[in-house]
Write a protein that binds this ligand. Structure first.
Ligand code: PGA
Length: 257
C-alpha cells in the first residue's frame, strides 16, 4: 500500500516539563503556527496537571491531546494512577504507552504495556506504543530481537480494528535526548522490520495502514530526511516540542516530505 494512505502523525512528548501557565502559552503559540496544517495529525502530550488547561486551548482546533501514560484499571485503590476514562474525560484522544523512560525508571514491561493498551482502546483512546533498543543491544546485534519482543508483546491479543487504532513509535533509546539521531537508513530498516512483524500477525491491508513514528532527537534539521523514508510516518518529538517554533517546523515538514 502506498505511504500516502497513512496520514503522518507528529506528537510532542513534553515529559516532566511545563507548568499549567507555561503549557497554555506553548499551546497557544503552537495553535497559531499550525492553524493551516490539515494533512498531518498534530498531537501534544503535556503533563497530567496541564491536560485540562491545554484542552481548553485546543478545543475545535487541529491539535489533539495525549497523556504520557495511563493505568490499566478503570478505577479503584491505585494511589497515584490515572485511568483511561479519566483521560477521555479530560479530552485526550491518544496516550503514550511504554516510553523507554517508563520502561527504564518505572518498571514498565511488555505485559503492562499490553494491559494499558487494551485499557486505552476499551475507552476509545489511541495508544502510541513505544518500542526501541538500547545501545548495548544494538551493538550486540540484538536490535531486531528486542523490537520483536516489544512489538509482539505490546500488541498481543489486539483485534484488527484495535491494531488500526494503535500507533507504534520506534525510539532507539540511544537516540533519545542525546542529540544522536538514527540515520534515515537505520530508521527505515527498523520501521520496515516492524511493518513485517505486523504483516506476519495481521492481514497486509491492516498492517500497511498502521502508522509507525520515529522518535529520538528529531529536530527541524533532521526531520525531513527521516520522514522521507517510506515507512517513517511521522515523529515523536521530545526536546524540540518544548518550543512552538521548532515543533511547528517539524509539523510542516511532515507534509512536505
Ligand atoms: P527527544 O525525545 O526528541 O528529546 O530525543 C524523544 C522522546 O523521548 O519521545
Amino acid at each position: 500500500m502506498e505511504r500516502t494512505m497513512r496520514t503522518p502523525i507528529i506528537a510532542g512528548n513534553w515529559k516532566l516539563n511545563k507548568t499549567i501557565s507555561e503549557s497554555v502559552a506553548l499551546t497557544t503559540a503552537l495553535k497559531t503556527l499550525v492553524v493551516d496544517e490539515t494533512d498531518v495529525e498534530i498531537i501534544v502530550a503535556p503533563p497530567f496537571t496541564a491536560l485540562a488547561a491545554v484542552n481548553d486551548v485546543i478545543v475545535n482546533s487541529n491539535i489533539h491531546l495525549a497523556a504520557q501514560d495511563v493505568y490499566s484499571e478503570d478505577s479503584g485503590a491505585f494511589t497515584g494512577e490515572v485511568s483511561a476514562p479519566m483521560l477521555k474525560d479530560v479530552g485526550c484522544g491518544y496516550v503514550i504507552i511504554g516510553h523507554s523512560e517508563r520502561r527504564q525508571y518505572f518498571g514498565e514491561t511488555n505485559e503492562s504495556v499490553n494491559q494499558k493498551a487494551k485499557a486505552a482502546l476499551a475507552h476509545d483512546l489511541k495508544p502510541i506504543i513505544c518500542v526501541g533498543e538500547q545501545l548495548e543491544e544494538r551493538e550486540a546485534g540484538r536490535t531486531e530481537a528486542v523490537i520483536e519482543d516489544h512489538v509482539t508483546g505490546g500488541i498481543v491479543g489486539l483485534s484488527d480494528t484495535e491494531l488500526l487504532s494503535c500507533v507504534i513509535a520506534y525510539e532507539p533509546v540511544w537516540a533519545i535526548g542525546t542529540g544522536k539521531t538514527a540515520t534515515p537508513d537505520q530508521a527505515q530498516e527498523v520501521h520496515n522490520f516492524i511493518r513485517g512483524l505486523l504483516t506476519k500477525a495481521y492481514a497486509v491491508e491492516v498492517a500497511s495502514q498502521v502508522c509507525i513514528q520515529y522518535g529520538g532527537s528529531v529536530k527541524p534539521e533532521n526531520a525531513t530526511e527521516l520522514m522521507s523514508q517510506p515507512d517513517v510516518d511521522g515523529a515523536l518529538v521530545g526536546g524540540a516540542s518544548l518550543e512552538a517554533e521548532s515543533f511547528a517546523q517539524i509539523v510542516k515538514m511532515a507534509i512536505s516530505s
